[in-house]
Write a protein that binds this ligand. Structure first.
Ligand SMILES: Nc1nc2c(ncn2[C@@H]2O[C@H](COP(=O)(O)OP(=O)(O)O)[C@@H](O)[C@H]2O)c(=O)[nH]1
Ligand SMILES: Nc1ncnc2c1ncn2[C@@H]1O[C@H](COP(=O)(O)OP(=O)(O)O)[C@@H](O)[C@H]1O
Length: 306
């Protein structure tokens, strides 16, 4: 008797089940790569976010977490609860807040597991004209091992500023998009004028590679980072005296008289917030203040350039 030939629906079913087996194998391979430290969990998550329908995107969060060394099933359930993610979720189907929580969890875990010599996230904030930008620029020039975060801003470039080095200069629509996509670790409207925000990806990436990261941001931003990443060290830069702060603001000569008066009012409020910070550094001398900030970054290789 002639063998029964598969009918088209059978052919479809066979092809579908072969594809399902291949996809399962591919997902298992990704889990093995994570388990053996060949790929970082943060990197796999980044790929999943970019292609939700790809292999990484189709991984369930539960199986993703248990493939990370030292996370067993019990711990995984605790983490899922804490992050408020349901067990049926796949990496590619996470909401933006769930994704942000999972990224922050993984970054914190990577950093804290490296112990005392771990890469650090340090936030440098302080009142207007205290010298934050000057100290950050000194660090950029003399301590190339520090990853200095480049913010996005809606303000226009000033003469001498370079796209991607000073800031990423974006328009309002692009800034809205970055906020909606959860791409910013924090953002704020500064001096009642323009919006500034810290792109999350480069910070996560640098920390996951063991690099120390410095954010030079305003005080609202520092508070937001504290909420998102409690392990960050918050440093408050202080002027030697109030009179010196006035001298620096006026001497900089970048604001009108009215704007200077308004900024000084804000500066009083900002100085009152210094108690919320973990460390205070007085900016008497730029090189000295920079060294104190860098000391808090726990660099693996610390020597400054001459
Ligand atoms: N929250 C937040 N503040 C930022 C960020 N980037 C810069 N800032 C702050 O924005 C303020 C204005 O910066 P900028 O326009 O460069 O200089 P200024 O006008 O000379 O103070 C400073 O207080 C910075 O610390 C950021 O990503 N997030
Ligand atoms: N340690 C310092 N001693 C003297 N002047 C300083 C010092 N640090 C910064 N300045 C000057 O103070 C002014 C304000 O510094 P800036 O870096 O623009 O402040 P911020 O970024 O905090 O608003 C600039 O003119 C800068 O050259």
């Amino acid at each position: 008797m002639a063998e029964k030939r598969p009918t088209p629906p059978d052919v479809d079913r066979v092809a579908a089940s072969r594809a399902a087996v291949a996809a399962r194998r591919a997902r298992a391979a990704v889990k093995t790569q994570i388990a053996h430290g060949k790929r970082s969990a943060l990197e796999v998550l980044a790929v999943a976010t970019e292609s939700p329908e790809g292999i990484e995107g189709r991984l369930r969060v539960t199986e993703f977490l248990v493939s990370i060394p030292a996370i067993g099933v019990t711990k995984m359930h605790r983490i899922m609860e804490k992050l408020e993610i349901s067990p049926s979720k796949r990496l590619g189907g996470l909401g933006k807040h769930q994704l942000a929580r999972l990224q922050d969890f993984l970054t914190t875990r990577t950093t804290s597991r490296r112990g005392e010599s771990a890469a650090r996230l340090v936030v440098l904030a302080g009142p207007t004209a205290v010298g934050k930008g000057t100290v950050a620029a000194y660090i950029r020039q003399h301590y190339p091992d520090v990853h200095l975060s480049v913010s996005a801003t809606t303000r226009a470039p000033r003469p001498g500023e370079t796209e991607g080095v000073s800031y990423f200069f974006v328009d309002d629509a692009e800034f809205d998009r970055m906020v909606d996509a959860g791409e910013l670790l924090e953002w704020a409207t500064v001096h009642n004028a323009y919006r500034y925000g810290t792109p999350r990806g480069p910070v996560d990436e640098a920390l996951s590679h063991g690099d120390s990261v410095l954010l030079e941001i305003d005080i609202q931003g520092a508070r937001a980072v504290r909420r998102a990443m409690p392990e960050a060290r918050l440093v408050f830069l202080l002027p030697p005296t109030w009179e010196e702060l006035l001298r620096r603001l006026i001497g900089r000569d970048t604001e009108s008289g009215a704007e200077q008066t308004r900024r000084l009012e804000t500066a009083k409020l900002e100085l009152a917030a210094q108690g919320e910070f973990d460390f205070r550094v007085v900016n008497h001398d730029v090189a000295e203040a920079a060294r104190e900030v860098v000391d808090l970054l726990n660099l693996r290789k610390a020597p400054p350039l001459p």
